[in-house]
Design a protein around this ligand. Structure first.
Ligand SMILES: [Zn+2]
Length: 344
């Protein structure tokens, strides 16, 4: 099969087309997908650059998100048929450990993500456990489907399950154009929150507004934590979603009201932060981490996408052969929402 692989770690230039990569064979409880669309996540860029603790067998195929048709099924799979249109939940859990039994799949002792720990979706075919696919409505486009899973499942667990957002709360989402932000804006809005967003780009702020953001803050023009403080009458916001990390953490903490919650699904600018503990105890703040989602949360959020209550935000679609360019776009941060790869 055709696939985009890395044979070494580095920049976008290490992405290579392999025209004759070995085809995956489904295990007894797996299906093989004919991938029609895949999408780029920040995670793919981190894996491509090399994660010190992650030992991969090279060449490796990147990519967590995919939608396509079932091409073959394993011997134990009875509920899915060849040709069905599906979307993939990229989080693979054991289904048996203490955490899986509690329904907390992303805490699984053997939790793995497609394209990170396992061969990914930048390919004509990918093998996944049958319990990791969801059927697509017949009119739901592969591109829109492939753009959704990782960012929507992450934003859903983060805001709904972990931060427990409530109607009427103020939720600040940093970096309006990031995939997870475009999902989070819509989810916070659907939950009845007032949504604050930051960006250095007026165009991105306007696009965030079209998704439902209420308060737009251009941090090129004003220090954003100061703006939040003033806009909330020196109260602060209830929740900050900070996926940026070291560059923003201090201001995120300052932007919170007393008793507020800071939620983090990642740290694109770096993982090490300085924390003044007086904010934590005296202002009684909560620092909440989250990653990916459970099977149930995936189903909940995908249902809302299928109903049209939430929408995938696709910045652009490129052919698989242009995966390198797709990575360059995401690395530069030129995009708003997701960059999708089409696999014909
Ligand atoms: Zn488990």
């Amino acid at each position: 099969m055709k696939a985009v692989v890395i044979r070494t770690y580095g920049g976008p230039e290490v992405l290579e087309i392999d025209p004759s990569h070995p085809d995956p064979v489904p295990g007894p409880d797996q299906v093989v997908l004919r991938v029609r669309a895949a999408s780029i996540n920040r995670l793919d860029l981190l894996v491509r650059a090399g994660i010190p603790t992650l030992k991969l067998t090279l060449p490796h195929i990147l990519g967590a998100d995919a939608a396509g048709e079932i091409a073959s099924v394993g011997s134990d799979v009875v509920d899915l048929e060849v040709g069905e249109r599906v979307v993939v939940n990229p989080g693979i859990s054991c289904g048996e450990c203490e955490y899986c039994t509690m329904g907390d799949d992303p805490l699984c002792v053997d939790y793995r993500i497609l394209g990170e720990h396992l061969p990914g979706t930048y390919a004509e075919h990918v093998a996944v456990p049958s319990r990791n696919v969801a059927r697509l409505p017949s009119d739901f486009a592969f591109e829109a489907a492939a753009a959704a899973p990782l960012v929507f499942m992450t934003a859903w667990r983060l805001l709904v399950t972990r931060a427990r957002i409530r109607p009427g709360e103020d939720v600040l989402i940093l970096g309006a154009g990031a995939g997870v932000s475009t999902a989070a804006i819509q989810i916070a809005k659907l939950a009845g929150c007032t949504v604050f967003v930051t960006s250095s780009s007026e165009a991105k702020l306007q696009k965030a507004k079209a998704l439902g953001a209420d308060v737009l803050i251009n941090y090129k023009e004003v220090p954003w934590s100061k703006a939040v403080w003033e806009l909330t009458g020196k109260r602060g916001v209830d929740v900050v979603l900070d996926h940026v990390g070291s560059a923003t953490f201090k201001d995120s903490v300052r932007s919170l009201r007393k008793g507020g919650r800071l939620v983090s699904p990642g740290a694109t600018s770096g993982p090490l932060v300085e924390l003044d503990m007086r904010y934590i105890f005296w202002r009684q703040l909560s620092l909440i981490g989250s990653t990916m989602s459970s099977m149930r949360e995936f189903e909940e959020v995908m249902k809302l996408l299928f109903m049209g209550r939430l929408k995938s935000v696709v910045d652009r679609t490129l052919p698989l052969e242009e995966a390198r360019k797709a990575h360059e776009v995401v690395e530069r941060g030129d995009h708003f929402g997701k960059v999708v790869l089409r696999i014909s």
